[in-house]
Design a protein around this ligand. Structure first.
Ligand SMILES: [Zn+2]
Length: 464
């Protein structure tokens, strides 16, 4: 028996349905009438809790779920409407905006977040205010708060069109919220750094998700129904980033460990003082920021996201502290650039081949550390970097090693005479540096000890 519940592509009803599936332990196609009755009773019971009532004000403002001043009778009436309108007679000629089935209810802001108030008419169809919805969609939306984490005072949750992934991501915050509720405090703990919280959850999900299950573009939705105006923000997490984070788990040990080192190094302590009057100690994990995770998510908030990818390489993948030389890993960097940055493999291979020749034949073979020194300290302008390449080419040619003009053009991503912009010289230079530090660090580390690097992540414009 199939009940009128379905994924509709709308984030509020989709995450609500995912919560129901998690609670009932089955997919919605398997739900029976008793199942959804049981889920509705369970939800009503969950929302009785004092901490949840407080939390529900930012989801369903002034609603029967959380309004302390309305009568018991009105409250029961409200619950019946939001949880059991699927039994009501359809409205004439109105279809549900989510699933296109006949609508049974006109919802406003107390039933569904981000709508206007009950009596507010803003170009309502036929002059009748309210959003037409069917009883099932209205019901599943009531479950969505259990898919959210309170972050900066606002609900944060995941949405993706891929149901398996949505269920797993939703389960992560559902579990976290259950854990917080079980703590028994009067007020729900608030976390911070939404971008970090999102990728932290994604990592946990990907740990158990497996290699061959479907991935998709995701968004992290951060909204509140509280306050006078709409308050909505979304963070885009592209499929390619998730694929990178999955595949890196199956990479060679060195590659994997280099990436783990980047994440570990990027954790920062929260220096913000505790909020005044806040009696609850916030959980440490919920208030810590990871600079790498923040930068990754921020990357895709920008139209020029490809430039941001180069900045991430500069800031997180180049390691110039002596104790971190071993973390320079060209394979990892190239994999990231190919997967997340969409860079061509051929280009990355040529850069590696030429950097290898410089490392092996000139730095190690000729014992000339100037090839690292110059690259790091002097070749920061495109014109100088080209000069560096010409010098390298000349010196390598003396040893019978050649790279061609075509190699250089591919490496610098120059395809025609019109293509003269210094597009990403910085990136190519950083890639050279990563490979040179990796190779020389491995085979002749003492040469690096004589070079005094400044911390590139501090001095250059890697950060935002
Ligand atoms: Zn519907």
């Amino acid at each position: 028996m199939s009940i009128g519940l379905q994924y509709t592509g709308h984030y509020l009803s989709d995450v609500g349905l995912a919560v129901m599936e998690i609670f009932l332990g089955k997919e919605h196609q398997e739900f029976s009438q008793e199942d959804i009755e049981r889920a509705a009773d369970w939800l009503a019971c969950q929302y009785q809790r004092k901490d949840m009532k407080g939390y529900l004000t930012i989801h369903f403002l002034n609603s029967g779920w959380c309004n302390a001043t309305i009568s018991e009778e009105k409250k029961l009436d409200y619950l019946e409407k939001v949880l059991r309108s699927y039994k009501a007679r359809p409205l004439q000629d109105r279809e549900c905006v989510y699933c296109r089935q006949p609508a049974q209810f006109l919802a406003d802001r107390q039933h569904i977040p981000l709508l206007t108030g009950m009596t507010t008419i803003i170009t309502s169809p036929g002059g009748v205010p309210g959003l037409p919805v069917c009883g099932y969609c209205l019901m599943v939306i009531q479950f969505y708060p259990l898919a959210t984490l309170k972050c900066q005072g606002k609900p944060l949750f995941w949405w993706t069109p891929e149901p398996q992934l949505l269920r797993e991501l939703t389960f992560e915050y559902y579990q976290e919220l259950s854990r917080l509720i079980a703590g028994g405090s009067e007020k729900l703990a608030n976390s911070s750094w939404p971008r970090t919280r999102l990728l932290e959850a994604a990592e946990k999900v990907l740990d158990r998700y497996g290699y061959d299950r479907p991935l998709a573009d995701c968004i992290g939705v951060h909204l509140t129904n509280y306050g006078a105006g709409p308050d909505y923000h979304q963070y885009r997490i592209p499929k390619e980033l998730l694929e990178f984070l999955v595949e890196i788990r199956f990479a060679d040990q060195e590659v994997r460990e280099s990436h783990e080192a980047i994440i570990k190094k990027a954790w920062e302590e929260d220096k913000k003082p505790a909020k005044k009057g806040s009696a609850i100690e916030e959980p440490k994990t919920g208030s810590q920021r990871n600079a790498y995770y923040e930068a990754l998510v921020e990357t895709f908030e920008d139209r020029n996201w490809q430039e941001n990818i180069s900045k991430i390489i500069h800031r997180f993948f180049v390691h110039t502290k002596p104790e971190e030389y071993a973390d320079n890993n060209y394979e990892l960097t190239a994999f990231f650039l190919e997967k997340v940055g969409g860079m061509e493999k051929q280009r990355l291979d040529i850069i590696k081949r030429i950097a290898d020749q410089i490392a092996l034949d000139l730095v190690i073979g000729n014992n000339e550390k100037k090839w690292i020194n110059d690259l790091y300290f002097r070749e920061y302008k495109p014109s100088r970097f080209t000069g560096y390449l010409i010098k390298a080419q000349k010196n390598l040619a003396e040893k019978g090693k050649v790279f061609t003009m075509e190699d250089v053009l591919t490496m610098l991503d120059i395809y025609s005479e019109y293509d003269t912009g210094a597009k990403d010289f910085w990136l190519v230079r950083d890639l050279f540096l990563i490979r040179l530090l990796e190779m020389v660090g491995k085979h002749k580390k003492e040469m690096l000890d004589e070079i005094k690097f400044e911390d590139v992540s501090e001095t250059n414009n890697g950060g935002k």
